[in-house]
Design a binder for this molecule. Sequence first.
Ligand SMILES: Nc1ncnc2c1ncn2[C@@H]1O[C@H](COP(=O)(O)OP(=O)(O)OP(=O)(O)O)[C@@H](O)[C@H]1O
Ligand SMILES: [Mg+2]
Length: 276
Amino acid sequence: MNAQEKPYIIVLGNEKGGTGKSTLSMHLIVHLLRLGFKVGSIDIDARQGTLSRYIENRRKYIEMNGKELPISTHHAILRSNLPTILDAQEEEKKKFLSCLSSLKDKDFILIDTPGNDTFLSQLSHSYADTLITPLNDSFIDLDMLARINSETREISGPSTYAEMVWEQKKHKLLRERTQFDWIVLRNRLSSIFAKNKEEMQFLLNKLAQRIGFRLASGFGERVIFRELFLQGLTLLDLQDVGIEMTLSHVAARQELRALLEMINLAPLIERLENVS
Ligand SMILES: Nc1ncnc2c1ncn2[C@@H]1O[C@H](COP(=O)(O)OP(=O)(O)OP(=O)(O)O)[C@@H](O)[C@H]1O
Ligand SMILES: [Mg+2]
């Protein structure tokens, strides 16, 4: 029995590629599993399949090393090959809803989306309870959220991805009479001071009010995120598999915890405790 009536859906999305969606998806999945939640995951970027392979690597690691590591119930959805757009969309929607339905006993469903605009990605956004958008600390990434005047640094308006998010918020509102929470975070932040970094912070704070998201404190550039994929491990598994924690690992774990804290888990944990 799950802790609430329906699973809480977290979507990792950004139409810009390579911003850390799959890496963060995997870390959030393992974090939630370790808190005692039942977690399902869906990879709608199945062609690239990073999250699916990450989870497959974890499964293999568990088998080969006999370790008891928590793992999510995972599904991948491939794009339809049907020739007409309407038929393809209908087939994709059916597959998506059937995936959600098969995970209805979970507390959380994490959905990893591709770094480009697809029907499945739009659909997933409209089902989010929380949307998390990681972006790299660069004006190129910011351009997906808003148009910035290069001379005055003024925000001249929302951009493609922000508009898509608004559109999907409307769909959710019509369907469920509720909106989703949108969290944006900067990933791979360098530890050295840079003017660019300061300017990004300033613009994102302004943008947060203008287009309606909450800004999380973000993640530093940390080698460990790139090292664990092949074994299917996350920062949260290091102690269990006998890898010594460094200060950088501890800091990264703290960043992850801070992100989860923004998703106010308290009511969900309370319900979980009442159920068990
Ligand atoms: N905080 C970080 N520090 C260092 N490397 C990172 C960090 N976050 C992600 N990476 C690395 O950045 C690369 C892109 O990450 P990831 O594949 O998770 O992005 P993505 O948004 O899912 O990409 P795509 O849009 O192609 O699906 C990977 O090599 C990953 O290991
Ligand atoms: Mg990815």
